[in-house]
Write a protein that binds this ligand. Structure first.
Ligand code: B12
Ligand code: SF4
Length: 476
């Protein structure tokens, strides 16, 4: 039943592209916020009118987002916060308050799950925060606000009362994922055309993201798992299969990117999903992320048969000593074995690495370089170590203080913290050197050239990128 109330959910702009480098957009990742799609479906089922704004994908600045909000006069605004987007989101909220738009500004997302109190203390423009999963809490919160009831009765939020911040008890974790609403793909502006992973990260388009599970029981020290916590909960294989099939029939999706932390957490579930795909001859490709200690040749063979195209592994480094410091509970030997098995099964392997973790030395960098070249990995993704709030290492490095001035730079592409024995500049040089040493290998260059010509979509993106680059150079 319609409640005649409107909510606009925003994936805010965030710093990721340096000024003058807008052409880079042609080749970078353009994934939607799956979280907002779940929330949109949940509040719509509850009778609210919902609109979504995907700022980065629609190429909207803070001012343009605010203009749109002022034109549409929502009753509620919901913003999804990553650490990197907090400041820009606070600016949106501030401008909305200055424009005297009568609406409640609600924030949620990974940054709020770990830093809710600190963030609301600092940014008075945010009215209410929802901690952890939002599908059950947000509709209840909206109803409570509409009916002017007591916010203290809503679990899992932080709100303001007489200038004080009040945190209610945590809401229960959602245990049965099958009962979640289907993400509201129909509300996404220009879906599926406008949404693509980074260039070369998919074999065919259109592409959609999905999760088959939530939660991770491991405690790798650099990782922020505060949103979904340690308890792994999963969709039934039947439900995952249905979601894939629906995306294919309704939107023509041809490739799925699973973005859960531990897609392979359960061997039984993975095999059951593969069986369903094979039995029903679902012609789709897909990729996922896995821990190196969860893959085995027989499962990989079945995954390949079921259309698995690429697996991303958090390999992090080529040094056992650093892996230990990260509390990664994996060893280089196990990483190597997993990559070899994956390649042998005919599945592409993407290695996720990190540079500059506390304890990094010239020697560990040399070990990483050598490691990346001896394993049959196709893509290497290297991030600059960033102590995200919510990760165990954050508190260790910063003590109990928050260094919120760093938040805006926390996108994995800036060294906001520098390991002993290095400077920011020397780490930046190492960063370039590791990537170059990997990508200049003949076998890698050859793979990418072949892919450019085999898949017209990548070729087209590359052409747009170069045209944009030339235009930017000419106007320098
Ligand atoms: C897919 C993904 C991406 C995609 C899509 C991003 C997006 N906007 O969703 C891409 C590739 C673009 C991306 C980019 C980045 N990502 Co990313 N990403 C993920 C990943 C693997 C899955 C996200 C997901 O879809 N989860 C499933 C959905 C259902 O959950 P959700 O989005 O969190 O939403 C739920 C709750 O958070 C809450 N909620 C969310 N928003 C809101 C808003 C309101 C109003 C309310 C009430 C509730 C609420 O309710 C939702 C439903 O329950 C997570 C890891 C993880 N386990 O979540 C990392 C993760 C979120 N990413 C992370 C990071 C650091 C980044 C980058 C900064 C750099 C990087 N390393 O790539 C950029 C910045 C992007 C940005 N928009 O600011 C960190 C965030 C840490 C932090 N404190 O900021 C995570 C947690 C990884 C990690 N473990 O460290 N990412
Ligand atoms: S890096 Fe992966 S395995 Fe480690 S805590 Fe994060 S999600 Fe879990």
């Amino acid at each position: 039943m319609s409640k005649n109330k409107k909510i606009i959910l925003i994936n805010p702009p965030y710093e990721r592209i340096a000024k003058g480098y807008n052409f880079v957009r042609h080749i970078t990742n353009r994934s939607p916020s799956l979280g907002l799609l779940y929330l949109a479906a949940a509040v719509r089922n509850h009778g609210y009118e919902v609109t979504l704004i995907e700022s980065d994908i629609e190429n909207l600045s803070v001012k343009q987002v605010v203009k749109r909000l002022c034109e549409q006069h929502p009753d509620f605004i919901g913003i999804s916060l990553f650490t990197v987007s907090v400041w820009q989101s606070a600016l949106i909220a501030k401008l909305i308050k200055q424009a005297l738009l009568q609406c409640t500004i609600i924030v949620g997302g990974p940054h709020i799950s770990s830093m809710g109190m600190e963030t609301l203390e600092r940014f008075k423009e945010f009215d209410v925060a929802v901690i952890h999963e939002g599908e059950e809490v947000l509709p209840k919160l909206l109803d409570t606000l509409v009916n002017k009831q007591n916010l203290g009765d809503v679990l899992g939020i932080i709100y303001r009362e007489n200038g004080e911040l009040i945190k209610t008890q945590a809401a229960p974790t959602i245990s049965d994922l099958d009962k979640l609403p289907t993400p509201a793909w129909d509300l996404l502006p220009n879906f599926p055309e406008a949404y693509l992973p980074a260039i070369y990260d998919y074999p065919q388009a259109p592409v959609a993201t999905l999760v088959a599970s939530r939660g991770c029981p491991f405690l790798c020290k650099f990782c922020d798992t505060s949103t979904f916590g340690a308890q792994v909960r999963a969709y039934s294989p039947e439900k995952v299969y249905k979601m894939m099939e629906n995306l294919q029939t309704e939107y023509g999706i041809r490739h799925i990117q699973f973005v859960d932390d531990l897609f392979l957490a359960s061997r039984i579930r993975t095999l059951a999903l593969c069986d369903l795909i094979i039995k029903n001859k679902l012609k789709m490709t897909w990729s996922c992320a896995a821990r190196v200690d969860t893959v085995k040749p027989d499962v990989l063979a079945r995954m390949k048969e079921a259309g698995c195209w690429e697996i991303s592994f958090g390999l992090e480094t080529g040094s056992d000593e650093l892996l230990q410091k990260m509390e990664k509970s994996a060893r280089v030997e196990i990483s190597e074995r997993a990559v070899n098995w994956t390649a042998a099964a005919g599945i592409r392997c993407k290695g996720l690495f990190m540079l500059g973790y506390p304890g990094e030395t010239d020697e560990t960098i040399a070990q990483t370089k050598a490691f990346t070249k001896r394993i049959p990995m196709t893509t290497m993704n290297l991030t600059k170590f960033t102590p995200y709030p919510g990760s165990p290492i954050y508190r260790e490095i910063y003590g109990t203080n928050i260094c919120e001035d760093h938040w805006e730079k926390m996108n994995g592409m800036n060294f906001v913290w520098v390991a002993d024995g290095f400077t920011k500049e020397s780490l930046d040089r190492e960063y370039q050197a590791i990537l170059i040493s990997f990508y200049k290998q003949h076998r890698i260059a050859h793979k990418y050239i072949a892919m450019t010509f085999q898949h017209p979509a990548h070729f087209k993106r590359l052409v747009h990128f170069f045209l944009g680059y030339c235009k930017a150079k000419m106007s320098d």
